[in-house]
Design a protein around this ligand. Structure first.
Ligand SMILES: [Mn+2]
Length: 424
């Protein structure tokens, strides 16, 4: 893990400048009628879950170029996730992918406790075949034409729930790659009927305090049609299943230029927004680092979330889901977690009373200016102070690089081959 002295030493060196920046921002926000301490408290209380698969180097269908010190198993992954939480104080939970992370519950629990983490949503995997698997998912899983293959996919999802119950998880996320590559290959309606029938069997096995999250994605691996391709189909699924079923929005899983923040608003209005996979994209499902391409869109999503916070029952799950091909995954995940916190803090600065007034009087220019005032404000001192006060690092990447963690784990973990695709 990271030596506390390294964090302390870095924070001591940076604290005087941070204090000056924080005090200046406090004065500025006070003039806008905003209490910096209240915003800092909300930021400090905010957490985004880390995906276990995110700490390994990702790849494309062309190649994967592993870094050094790649985690060998879920226990190595939890060590890496523990470092991210230790330095940022923004990622208290980890989301597991089964069967990649399948291990005895007691071992998972004791490791999580050791590194100061809890478990977020469970993720099932019926988009690839496992060595010991009886029926192939080549032509689909929950929507497969063969009943035995569908039953196998249902059983796998139920096994994910059973393991999740033992480790304190409260949600199952289902994403399937089911679809088709040729017009006419499948009957859209019959295929969706099979999916709904199988998903209902999973839903029936859901504990009373759990949520079933279904994740839509427009295309890939199926390139002509996908069974759960957009938020409309996803909403139909959630409505068919019942109250415990909600939609998960992965920011990269939409057509270019789709108004994602509006989808967020619609799902929220009807009580069906279940959670997020944060990432960023330029062209498609690029899985780039959150906030690296379009931080304004991330801010607009958080504008909708802060608007909805007034409802105490509104509690969607927040998770990162991105692929790190050219960076140290730990550094990317730390920066991305801070980008999500930043969007939240900026959205908290919006004068919502003024905004509503401008909306009602049709003053488009002042409405959009009021919104953007939050985005234009540099909230970094709030984030950094919340981290420092929580025992994290003022500058997590600098502290991480100074710690020598990557070199240390590279000495322990054998180098891995770059062969094979790396999409997850
Ligand atoms: Mn996702």
């Amino acid at each position: 893990m990271i030596d506390t002295h390294i964090i302390d030493r870095h924070n001591e060196a940076a604290m005087a400048n941070l204090r000056a920046d924080y005090d200046a921002l406090a004065e500025h926000l006070d003039r806008r009628g905003l209490d910096i301490a209240a915003i800092k408290a909300k930021v400090a209380g905010y957490g985004v879950a880390v995906p276990s698969w995110g700490v390994g180097t990702g790849g494309t269908r062309f190649a994967r170029f592993p870094g050094t010190g790649e985690p060998r198993d879920i226990f190595d992954k939890l060590d890496d996730c523990g470092v991210i939480q230790r330095l940022t104080r923004a990622t208290p939970a980890v989301s597991l992918h089964i069967p990649w992370d399948a291990q005895p519950a007691a071992d998972l629990m004791s490791k999580a406790e050791e590194v100061g983490l809890t478990f977020d949503a469970m993720n099932s995997n019926t988009f690839q075949d496992q060595p010991d698997q009886q029926h192939s998912y080549k032509f689909g899983s929950l929507s497969h034409t063969d009943a035995a293959t569908r039953a196998q996919a249902v059983e796998h999802n139920i096994a994910c729930i059973e393991l999740g119950e033992k480790i304190g998880s409260k949600a199952l996320t289902i994403w399937v790659g089911d679809g088709s590559n040729f017009p006419g290959q499948t009957n859209f309606t019959r295929q969706f009927e099979r999916y709904l029938d199988a998903a209902k069997q999973v839903y029936a096995a859901l504990p009373g305090d759990w949520t079933l999250l279904t994740e839509h994605k427009m295309y890939e691996p199926a390139f002509y049609s996908t069974v759960v391709q957009d938020w409309g189909t996803n909403l139909l699924i959630a409505q068919e299943m019942g109250d415990q079923a909600k939609c998960l929005v992965d920011l990269g899983h939409h057509a270019p230029n789709v108004n994602i923040e509006m989808i967020v608003a619609r799902l929220t209005q009807f009580g069906k927004l279940g959670g997020f996979h944060f990432n960023d994209s330029k062209y498609g499902d690029d899985d780039l680092d959150t906030g690296s391409i379009d931080p304004y869109r991330l801010f607009l999503v958080f504008n909708e979330l802060v608007e909805a916070e007034a409802d105490p029952d509104f509690a969607p799950m927040h998770m990162l889901d991105q692929s790190h091909n050219v960076t140290d995954p730990i550094e990317s995940l730390m920066v991305s977690a801070m980008e999500v916190q930043r969007a939240y803090a900026q959205a908290l600065l919006i004068d919502r009373t003024a905004l509503a007034g401008f909306q009602d009087s049709n003053d488009a220019l002042m409405a959009t200016t009021t919104l953007k005032h939050g985005f234009r404000t540099d909230v970094e001192p709030i984030l950094a102070m919340a981290r420092a006060e929580g025992g994290g690092a003022i500058d997590p990447v600098a502290a991480y690089r100074a710690s020598g963690y990557r070199a240390a784990v590279s000495a322990q973990r054998p180098a891995v081959s770059g062969a094979g695709g790396g999409i997850v």
